[in-house]
Design a protein around this ligand. Structure first.
Ligand SMILES: Nc1ncnc2c1ncn2[C@@H]1O[C@H](COP(=O)(O)OP(=O)(O)OP(=O)(O)O)[C@@H](O)[C@H]1O
Length: 569
C-alpha cells in the first residue's frame, strides 16, 4: 500500500482541483447576483459570470473524473496485490492451519473481504478526502461571508455527528457479524457441493435445505439490521440538515430584508451550506464502508499474519541430495494436548522396504506424514541421512520424497498434466513411463483423448482405483530417494493391489520405500514391517519373524488369509 502513496497524492490533488472549482461556483453566483443588483458598480456583466460558472462546472466535472479513476484504480491495484499475497500465504501455510480453518471461510476472504478492502481504499478514501476539503473550505468561506450566520447554520451539525457516531458503532458490530455469517454460508455451500454424493445417498437434501435456511436467515437478519440502521440514518440526517437550511433561510432572509447582508452573500452562503449537507449525510455510509473495510482487513491480516509451524530452518544443513536413510529417535507427536505417537525408535537404511500395518486410527498416516514435515516435528526426533529433518531445507526434503497420500487428489486438468505435476517440465515419454509403472497406461489408452483427457468437472470421472494409480504415477515421476505410499491402493481389490505393488517392485531399486496398508499380503515382501497400535510400535520384524512371533500380526494375517480363501471359494 505504501508504494501507492504517489497515486493517492495525485488523487488528492485532483480532488483539491475539482472541489476548488465547485467552491468557486457559489462565489461566482454571488458576484453575478451583485452584478444584477448593482449593474453600475459591477466590474463585469452577469453573462460574463454565467460563462465563468459554466467553465468552472465543466472543469469540475472533468477533474472529478480523473480523481475518481486515479483513486479507484489504485484501490483495484491494492486489491490485486493483496489477493496475490493472500494466495502466496495460503500456499506457505501448513496442514495444522488448514485443519483448524473452514474452507468456505478462507474462500470468503478472497471474495467478500477483498471487495470490502477495495471499497475502503477506493470510495472510502475518496470520500474522506472530499469531505475534509469541503468541510474546511466551505466553513472558511461561510465564516468570511457571515460568522454569526455560520454559527447558527452549524447548530444541527454536532447532533448529526453524534447520530452518525452512535449508529456507526452499532453498524460496525452488525457488519462484522454479517461478514462472519457470509463466511459460514459459503462454507455450507462449499461442503454441500463437495459432499454431493453423501447428501444424496443419505437423503439429507431436506435437512440440508433446512440447515441452509437457518444460516441464510441469520445472514439476512444481520443485513436487515444494517439496512434498518441505514434506513434511519439518511432521513434523520437529512432532516437535521434541512433544519440548518431553515435557520439560514429565516435568519439570512431577515438580514437581507434588513439590509445587513447582501443578496449575493446570502446566495453564496446557501450554496456553501448545501455543499456541506451531502457529505454529512453520507458520512454514516462512509464510516460504515470504513468499518467494514477495517473488519475485513483484520480478517485478511489474520491470514497474512498467520505463521506456519512448519518453516524452513533458520540455519539449514548443507545438504544437496538425500540418500534415503531414515531414523526415528524416541519420536513423539500430538495433534492437540494429548500425546499420540510415542516412543518410536527405528533406523531405516537407504533402499529398505518398510511396511506399516495396524488397526484403523493407530497412527500409520500420522507417522509417515511426519517424514516430509507435513506436520511439525520436534527437534532431534527424525533424521534423514543423519541430519535432523528440521535442519533440511523444505524444498530439498520434499523433493527427495515421493508422497502418495491416502486420499488421492486430482486437479481439473488433463490426466497427463496431473501425472506431470510430479516433475516440472516432464516430457510425454516420462509421463507415459510413470503411468505404465503405476499400471495406469491401459486405462489411459481407453480415455477419449488419451493423456490429454480432462479430469473432473469438464472431463472424465476417474474411478477411485484410477485416481490412486494416477497419484502413484505422479510420485514415481519425481524419481524420489524415498517413496511413501500411504494405503495407496485401498480402492482396488487385494489381488490387483498385489499385482500393482509387484510391478512397482521393479521400480523401487535402491529407493527407500514405506508402504502403509491394511492388507498384510501387500507388505509380505517388505524387509521390515512395523505394527502400530494406539500410536506405538507393538511388533516389528520381517513377515516370517512376525508370523513366528505369533502375536497381533500373525492373528491378522491368518484372519485375512481365511477371508481371502472364503472369497475365492
Ligand atoms: N489433522 C488431524 N488433526 C487431529 N487429529 C487427527 C488428524 N489426523 C488424524 N488425527 C487423529 O489421529 C489418529 C490417527 O490417525 P491416522 O490417520 O494416523 O491413523 P491411521 O492408522 O492412518 O488410520 P487409517 O488406517 O484409518 O488410515 C486418529 O485418532 C485421528 O482421529
Amino acid at each position: 500500500m505504501r508504494s501507492r502513496r504517489g497515486t493517492y497524492l495525485l488523487g488528492g490533488l485532483f480532488l483539491l482541483g475539482t472541489n476548488s472549482c465547485a467552491l468557486l461556483i457559489p462565489w461566482l453566483m454571488k458576484l453575478a447576483v451583485e452584478g444584477l443588483q448593482f449593474p453600475l458598480k459591477a466590474p463585469h456583466s452577469p453573462a460574463y459570470y454565467a460563462l465563468l460558472i459554466i467553465a468552472a462546472a465543466l472543469l469540475q466535472g472533468t477533474i472529478r473524473i480523473f480523481s475518481r479513476t486515479t483513486l479507484l484504480h489504485a484501490a483495484r491495484r491494492i486489491e490485486f496485490q493483496l489477493r496475490e499475497e493472500l494466495y502466496a500465504k495460503l500456499l506457505a501455510l501448513d496442514l495444522p492451519y488448514f485443519s483448524r480453518e473452514r474452507t468456505g471461510d478462507i474462500l470468503s476472504r478472497f471474495t467478500n473481504d477483498l471487495t470490502n478492502v477495495r471499497m475502503l481504499m477506493g470510495f472510502g478514501v475518496l470520500n474522506v478526502i472530499n469531505t475534509v476539503i469541503i468541510y474546511v473550505a466551505a466553513l472558511f468561506l461561510m465564516v468570511r461571508l457571515s460568522p454569526s450566520l455560520t454559527a447558527f447554520a452549524i447548530i444541527p451539525f454536532p447532533l448529526m455527528i453524534l447520530i452518525v457516531k452512535r449508529l456507526s458503532a452499532s453498524m460496525f458490530r452488525r457488519s462484522k457479524r454479517a461478514q462472519e455469517e457470509l463466511a459460514r454460508l459459503s462454507s455450507h455451500v462449499e461442503e454441500n457441493v463437495s459432499a454431493a454424493t453423501v447428501v444424496r445417498a443419505y437423503c439429507r437434501e431436506d435437512a440440508q435445505i433446512e440447515e441452509f435456511r437457518e444460516v441464510n436467515g441469520r445472514y439476512l437478519e444481520s443485513n436487515m439490521g444494517m439496512a434498518r440502521l441505514r434506513g434511519w440514518m439518511i432521513p434523520v440526517m437529512a432532516s437535521a440538515g434541512a433544519f440548518g437550511t431553515l435557520i439560514v433561510l429565516f435568519l439570512g432572509g431577515s438580514r437581507v430584508i434588513a439590509g445587513t447582508l447582501t443578496l449575493g452573500d446570502f446566495v453564496a452562503f446557501n450554496g456553501y451550506l448545501a455543499m456541506l449537507i451531502w457529505p454529512t449525510i453520507v458520512m454514516g455510509w462512509i464510516l460504515n464502508l470504513m468499518q467494514r473495510g477495517a473488519a475485513s482487513m483484520s480478517r485478511l491480516n489474520h491470514v497474512l499474519d498467520a505463521s506456519g509451524t512448519v518453516t524452513d530452518p533458520a540455519e539449514p544443513a548443507p545438504v544437496e541430495r538425500l540418500r534415503g536413510e531414515i531414523e526415528f529417535r524416541n519420536l513423539a507427536f500430538s495433534y492437540g494436548e494429548e500425546p499420540f505417537l510415542a516412543d518410536i525408535s527405528l533406523a531405516i537404511r537407504p533402499g529398505m522396504k518398510v511396511g506399516i500395518a495396524g488397526p484403523v486410527g493407530s497412527g500409520k498416516s500420522s507417522l509417515v506424514r511426519l517424514i516430509p514435515r507435513l506436520y511439525p516435528v520436534a527437534d532431534g526426533q527424525i533424521f534423514l541421512d543423519g541430519i535432523d529433518v528440521n535442519r533440511i531445507p523444505l524444498v530439498t526434503l520434499r523433493n527427495a520424497i515421493g508422497f502418495v497420500p491416502q486420499e488421492s487428489f486430482l486437479f481439473s486438468r488433463s490426466i497427463g498434466d496431473n501425472i506431470g505435476y510430479g516433475k516440472e517440465g516432464a516430457g510425454a515419454g516420462e509421463i507415459a513411463t510413470a503411468a505404465r509403472l503405476a499400471s495406469l497406461e491401459n486405462d489411459v489408452h481407453r480415455f477419449p483423448d488419451g493423456y490429454d483427457t480432462l479430469v473432473g468437472e469438464r472431463g472424465v470421472t476417474l474411478s477411485g482405483g484410477q485416481k490412486q494409480r494416477a497419484a502413484i504415477a505422479r510420485a514415481l515421476l519425481k524419481d524420489p530417494a524415498i517413496l511413501i505410499l500411504d494405503d495407496p491402493l485401498s480402492a482396488v481389490d487385494a489381488r490387483t493391489e498385489e499385482e500393482i505393488l509387484g510391478s512397482l517392485a521393479g521400480y523401487y531399486g535402491d529407493r527407500t520405500v514405506l508402504i502403509v496398508s491394511h492388507r498384510l499380503s501387500a507388505l509380505r515382501e517388505c524387509d521390515l514391517i512395523l505394527v502400530l497400535e494406539a500410536g506405538r510400535v507393538v511388533e516389528q520384524g520381517s513377515h516370517d519373524d512376525l508370523l513366528a512371533m505369533d502375536g497381533r500380526y500373525a492373528a491378522t494375517w491368518r484372519e485375512q488369509q481365511l477371508r481371502a480363501e472364503i472369497e475365492t471359494f
